[in-house]
Design a protein around this ligand. Sequence first.
Ligand SMILES: [Zn+2]
Length: 157
Amino acid sequence: MGIVYCGPFADAINEGTRYGHEGYAVQVLHDGTESRCWTTEFREYRAGCDCGWRGATIYPPTEAGENAAQDEWNAEHLRVLVRQAVAGKTVPATALLDLVDGLRHELSAAAAARPDGELTARELGRCDVMEHVERQIEEAAVDVPSPQSGRPTGGAR
Ligand SMILES: [Zn+2]
């Protein structure tokens, strides 16, 4: 059984493939061919994917080797596909800030529903994360050209 990616942009990544991208550690037999079913008699592991992709590294026939092959599939194949899928996309800063506001509202509502009305330590930690995310959004935000002038909008210039 392999690893099936169900995260963001999974549909875009799987589009055009027959079975999608299910990663696994391929068992390479002593004659150099790949096992079609699970076996205890094999020479090594390689990273593999149902789409046909194979990793370049050979791993020992151990649990650590199996895990390393799966890690290679994730880092060298899946993450590359995700980055390609999102390369031409952007999210407006307003949408990101609205998302953080929605999360903050949910925390406040949860606290208000409790008798003490206080945020828990875990919720306070989430608030710290949200403030960090808001600062990161501000730092990462760049002006985009306006549709009329082609010049960046906002900012004092
Ligand atoms: Zn694949």
